[in-house]
Design a protein around this ligand. Structure first.
Ligand SMILES: C=C(O[C@H]1C=CC=C(C(=O)O)[C@@H]1O)C(=O)O
Length: 386
């Protein structure tokens, strides 16, 4: 695979590989040199650092890096899963060339089943709003899933191709999971990147759906920019990121207001937080472990929010709402929040979408928000709606 272009790397991807496309680079990892699995995320980060700093002779291609995914909640059955690939290839961005690449045609699924039923999700949101007050929480994130049965082998390479074609910005990924499934998605949200002494986080919270009609689309964006509820939801998130990063940084730059961020399916509020590390030895994976789970996917305070998620969601989040990315021997790396994603099994996919619930949240609007978020994956699968 020497001398391959970014588009070659995308077409080379096959199930079992790791793939990440960002605005700056395209990364393909193939095969396994070393696997590190650990339910303790800090222990995982330490073990990965040791592996990366060890013998460097026997991997092929680009720099020796480790890639993989952390779940929403690590335990023995769902551990953090990091691999040093036997072969790594890194090129420049696949964008914008990918936008002209023909989309792959997809087979229609045999069934699509919401988990839970939409009416049940609105009930869970209403229960969450009540629980926020009773338990003194500022925010909780509730998700739902769509189970898609294909009746034929799933082709993650085709869905990945279409996700890359559709999403010129953000982080489009495929990662092999220890349960044999593939985590596939296109996330707009950077949990953390580290390059030398500089760290960046770009948290997202506060959402509105895009519209095909330009006037309606602009109205949605404007309404989001002035929404008190969405600004509160966003502030809870940025405060938590800043609080976690502060002990690691000698300087942090935090804009006073979020800005609008767009994906092909959603508007969001986003804040770019930049820091200068005081300890140059702390790795991107260690920092990602420290930040996770943020209030973008869990809530505040973290442990009560996680407890409420367990009570109100009737499915396991698995590797949805975790983080996916890479780290190198110097500790540099890039970790995206694993949202707008699906876990792909042999002949089926489970899609996930969630939304932040605050005291002013409206259950029906929250249901619609999750429907709009599913569109990232549904479009890549050739489907326009649930
Ligand atoms: C939890 C998800 O989105 C998060 C990221 C951006 C905006 C969000 C929101 O407005 O609720 C969520 O916090 C998801 O897409 O599943």
């Amino acid at each position: 695979m020497t001398g391959r272009s970014p588009l070659d790397l995308l077409s080379d991807y096959r199930r079992g590989d790791f793939f990440l496309a960002t605005e700056e680079r395209t990364l393909l990892g193939r095969g396994v040199h070393t696997t590190v699995c650990d339910a303790d995320e800090f222990a995982l980060a330490e073990r990965v650092r040791t592996v990366l700093r060890g013998d460097r002779e026997d991997t092929v291609g680009g720099p020796r890096i480790a890639v993989g995914a952390l779940p929403f909640h690590s335990d023995a059955a769902t551990p953090g899963h990091i691999v040093v690939p036997a072969e790594t290839h890194v090129t420049g961005s696949v964008h914008p060339e990918a936008a002209w690449s023909p989309r792959r045609r997809m087979r229609a699924p045999s069934t699509i089943r919401p988990v839970p039923e939409p009416a049940q999700h609105t009930k869970a949101v209403a229960a969450a709003v009540t629980a926020l007050e009773e338990r003194n929480l500022r925010k909780v994130v509730l998700a739902r899933a769509l189970d898609v049965e294909l009746g034929a082998p799933a082709r993650p390479e085709d869905v990945l191709h279409n996700l890359v074609v559709d999403n010129e910005r953000g982080y489009t990924f495929a990662a092999e999971l220890p349960n044999g499934r593939t985590l596939l998605g296109a996330s707009p949200e950077l949990l953390l990147s580290r390059r030398g002494g500089t760290v960046v986080s770009h948290p997202h919270a506060g959402s509105a759906p895009r519209s095909a009609d330009p006037n309606t689309d602009a109205e949605h964006a404007q309404a989001l920019l002035v929404s008190r509820k969405d600004h509160f939801e966003h502030a809870v998130l940025t405060e938590a990121i800043v609080e976690t990063l502060r002990p690691y940084c000698r300087r942090l730059t935090v804009p006073s207001r979020p800005t609008l961020v767009s994906t092909p399916t959603m508007w969001h509020l986003g804040t770019t937080i930049t820091g200068e590390l005081s300890d140059p030895d702390v790795t991107a994976l260690h920092l990602a472990a420290a930040l996770h789970p943020t209030p973008a996917i869990c809530g505040t305070p973290t442990s009560s929010a996680r407890q409420l998620v367990t009570e109100l969601e009737e499915f396991d989040r698995g590797y949805y709402a975790g983080t996916v990315g890479w780290v190198d021997a110097e500790g540099d790396g890039e970790w995206a929040v694993s949202i707008r994603c699906a876990e792909v099994a042999e002949q089926s996919l489970r899609l996930y979408a969630g939304g932040g619930i605050v005291p002013e949240s409206d259950p029906k609007a929250e249901l619609e928000e999750t429907s709009a978020k599913f569109a990232t994956l549904l479009r890549a699968m050739g489907l326009s709606q649930e």
